[in-house]
Design a binder for this molecule. Structure first.
Ligand code: AMP
Ligand code: ZN
Length: 112
C-alpha cells in the first residue's frame, strides 16, 4: 500500500468505488470518467507503479488480470471489448498504480 495512492485507497475501502468484482489479489470497478458505454478498471491490490515496473514475479498476477477481462466482459453482456494499459507519463498514465482499462461499446480514445 502506498499512502498517497488513490487506487490503494480504493482497494482498502478507504475511498468508495462502483465495484464490480473483488478477490484477494484484484479489485475491479467502473471508471469515474467513462469514455465508453462500459468502462471498468482491473487493478491489482499490490501497489505496482506501472507496466514499466513489472518483473517476472508479477507474471501470474498480470495473467490473472488479463483473464478477468473476458470473464467480466461476458458477465456484462459484451460481445467484444478493448483493453488499454497506459504506461508512463508519455503513455498517458495518470494514476501510477498499474491498471487495465476494459472498454465495451464505441470508445472515444483520449488524445495524448
Ligand atoms: P490512466 O492512469 O491514464 O490510465 O487513467 C486513470 C483512470 O482512472 C482515468 O480513466 C480516471 O477516470 C480513473 N479514475 C481516477 N480516479 C478514479 C476513482 N476514484 N474511481 C474510479 N476511476 C478513477
Ligand atoms: Zn497504489
Amino acid at each position: 500500500m502506498s499512502a498517497d495512492c488513490i487506487f490503494c485507497k480504493i482497494a482498502s475501502g478507504d475511498i468508495p468505488s462502483k465495484k464490480i468484482y473483488e478477490d484477494e489479489d484484484v479489485i475491479v470497478f467502473n471508471d469515474i470518467h467513462p469514455i465508453a458505454p462500459v468502462h471498468f478498471l482491473i487493478v491489482p491490490k499490490l501497489h505496482i507503479e506501472s507496466l514499466l515496473s513489472c518483473e517476472g514475479q508479477h507474471q501470474t498476477l498480470l495473467g490473472r488480470m488479463l483473464l478477468l477481462a473476458p470473464k467480466l466482459a461476458k458477465e456484462q453482456g459484451l460481445p467484444g471489448f478493448r483493453i488499454m494499459i497506459n504506461t508512463g507519463h508519455e503513455g498517458g498514465q495518470e494514476v501510477f498504480h498499474i491498471h487495465l482499462h476494459v472498454f465495451g461499446g464505441s470508445v472515444s480514445l483520449p488524445k495524448t
